[in-house]
Design a binder for this molecule. Structure first.
Ligand SMILES: Nc1nc2c(c(=O)[nH]1)N[C@H]1C(S)=C(S)[C@@H](COP(=O)(O)O)O[C@H]1N2
Ligand SMILES: [Mo]
Length: 248
């Protein structure tokens, strides 16, 4: 069974479960949401999974080879300069709807509280790989910056592009606060390689591969995705009709 068909089977199960639950479907607001295709997927999966963790694995399960997909090296002169000095002068920017916009160096990110997780990465193109990731929980960074209650989404701005159009991604606050949502600087106990997204990449373990933004330069808290690049919340969402909520 391909990933896609397995995924729609899961979504189907969620929908059935909702349809069978009178108290939930009796609510007019929920019924309205359920008529909106993609949002039905989101609310269905959230009701089924709640704040559940994505499965975690052991070192014995790890894939001997983890494929590289999409861009494998940003083309900008700025990125090349950071790469040349091992990202020592590089800083992550945190801005938008936060009380204290800030920057964090790689050293600061490495000395913050960390989480390590061994998870399976599922690419929409039909391959998967199990790897070990270490990084800072996004929730900690957002709290540190004083995230506003107006914030609805976190946007990840990346260093790379496809024919001049920047790669970016976004998640909602529930996903942003999830314990497995981390900004990873270490993969399989080695500093994250350029091909896999150095200096840091997002891990958002309950969603498909394209949500896991590599080469994250800036994170921005926003109240709406309107007016951000193409407005659909991600490079592939804007250009190929991929779903914004890519729950596995
Ligand atoms: N910045 C950026 N992030 C990206 C991509 C990309 O091209 N650029 N490709 C996405 C896709 S489709 C997948 S499957 C994963 C691949 O990550 P990997 O190269 O570490 O396997 O990164 C995702 N994040
Ligand atoms: Mo992917």
């Amino acid at each position: 069974m391909t990933l896609i068909s397995r995924r729609s089977a899961l979504v189907g199960a969620g929908g059935l479960l909702l349809a069978g639950c009178d108290r939930i479907t009796a609510s007019p607001t929920v019924r309205k949401v359920l008529t909106l295709g993609e949002k039905a997927t989101l609310s269905g999966q959230r009701l089924v999974t709640g704040n559940a963790l994505a499965p975690e694995f052991t070192r014995a399960d790890m894939s001997p080879k983890f494929r590289v997909n999409g861009n494998s090296m940003p083309g900008s002169a700025d990125y090349a300069a950071h790469m040349a000095n091992g990202f020592t002068d590089w800083k992550l920017e945190v801005g938008g709807l936060v009380a204290r916009p800030l920057t964090m160096s790689l050293a600061q990110l490495r000395s913050a509280p960390q989480r390590t997780q061994i998870t399976r990465h599922d690419c929409v193109e039909g391959w998967s790989a199990i790897g070990e990731w270490t990084g800072v929980p996004l929730a900690l960074i957002l709290r540190h910056a004083g995230i506003s209650s107006q914030a609805q989404y976190i946007v990840f701005h990346c260093a790379d592009d496809f024919s001049g159009t920047p790669y970016y991604e976004s998640i909602d606050m529930s996903e942003a606060r999830h314990p497995q949502t981390i900004l990873a600087h270490t993969m399989n106990r080695q500093p994250l390689s350029v091909a896999h997204g150095a200096p840091i990449r997002l891990r958002v373990e309950r969603q498909l591969g394209y949500k896991h933004a590599k080469y994250v330069m800036k994170i921005e808290a926003v109240s709406s995705l309107n007016g951000i690049y193409g407005g659909k919340g991600g490079y592939w969402e804007d250009h190929s009709g991929y779903q914004w909520y890519a729950g596995i």
